[in-house]
Write a protein that binds this ligand. Structure first.
Ligand code: MLT
Ligand code: MN
Ligand code: ZN
Length: 309
């Protein structure tokens, strides 16, 4: 199984168009230790020429252009794509807007939780993906199902499970607060290769590593995990946004309640942060925070990083 990080940034990417924080200024200036990052997405293949996207970011066009494997191959019909399916972890803009890049009457499948399918269904712009060509398939929690698209079995299975998180920002209701988690708002995905049985986890948004999640991840070979913030309060402290990480549905890396501490006893062979927000000091490869996550056995995800499993 081959996995490519298409985008390792959080919503807004790095630099973010309207952000003048120290990190965004440094990456714009080409400072050493800083690399630009597009928004949150992975591509996976059973190495048969077909690909599944895990989330579809607003930067998808650029991400496809940077990955020749995702373009039509020589000898393909005049309209063709190796992208046969998209699986979504939530309904956030940074994870669904890229579906609109996949219009032009190309068949593929969309897999998502019922609540996310409802949100897509309530927005007429997504009817541009006609359901006869682009079926929407509900991911039921803790069911393992084969990934298929455009009439092809993709040689991979998917199992979705709920993780602590939050409803998409644009669905928050200030009058009847619904900022917590309802099952299906935020998913983790376990993707397995049918042939080899090897598997990895993709969890780009997660508010807390609770007991059920810790049990699931123990002894995993590879986990891509929510790397939004280093500190719970960094958005507030940098004057960017008046919200803590928990209010945004994202666990911080550092501290007693952070992901570094939560993963320490889990014996995960390879752990990679993705969905990294532009405020996060680990984006500076020369920072003490970057050194701290590396010393704790984590990798800081970067666009274009590839691995086989
Ligand atoms: C998030 O990860 O919290 C969201 O992408 C925020 C947003 O929708 O801007
Ligand atoms: Mn996001
Ligand atoms: Zn910034």
């Amino acid at each position: 199984m081959r996995i490519r990080i298409l985008g390792s940034g959080a919503g807004g990417g790095f630099p973010q168009w309207n952000c003048n924080c120290a990190n965004c200024r440094a990456v714009r200036a080409g400072a050493p230790g800083f690399s630009p990052r597009t928004q949150s997405s992975l591509a996976v293949s059973a190495e048969d020429g077909n690909w599944v996207l895990l989330n579809a970011s607003p930067d998808l066009r650029e991400q496809i252009a940077a990955a020749p494997e995702l373009a039509p191959a020589e000898g393909d019909p005049v309209r063709a794509s190796p992208i046969k399916a998209v699986a979504l972890t939530n309904g956030d803009v940074d994870h669904v807007a890229g579906l609109l890049n996949l219009r032009e009457a190309q068949p593929f499948s969309v897999y998502a939780a019922g609540r996310v399918l409802q949100a897509l269904g309530a927005n007429p712009i997504f009817t541009i993906l006609q359901t006869q060509l682009v079926p929407r398939i509900e991911l039921r929690m803790d069911e393992t199902i084969p990934l298929k698209g455009a009439g092809v079995d993709l040689g991979l299975t998917i199992r979705a499970f709920p993780v602590p998180g939050k409803i998409a920002l644009y669905l928050e209701n200030k009058n009847a607060p619904n900022f917590g988690t309802s099952a299906g708002d935020t998913l983790g995905l376990e993707i397995s290769a049918t042939k080899t049985g090897k598997s990895f986890f993709y969890i780009p948004g997660c508010a807390k590593v609770d007991e059920p999640l810790a049990n699931r991840l123990r002894n995993a070979s590879l986990v891509f995990f929510d790397g939004t913030l280093f500190h719970e309060n960094e958005m507030i402290e940098q004057g960017l946004l008046g919200k803590t990480g928990s209010r945004m549905g994202h666990i911080n890396m550092s501290g007693e309640d952070g992901s570094i501490a939560a993963f320490a006893p889990l014996n995960v062979a390879r752990k990679i942060y993705v969905h990294i927000n532009n405020s996060n000091p680990v984006l500076n490869a020369h920072s003490k925070e970057h050194a701290a996550v590396r010393a704790a056995g984590w990798e800081v995800g970067a666009d274009g990083m590839e691995m086989t499993l």
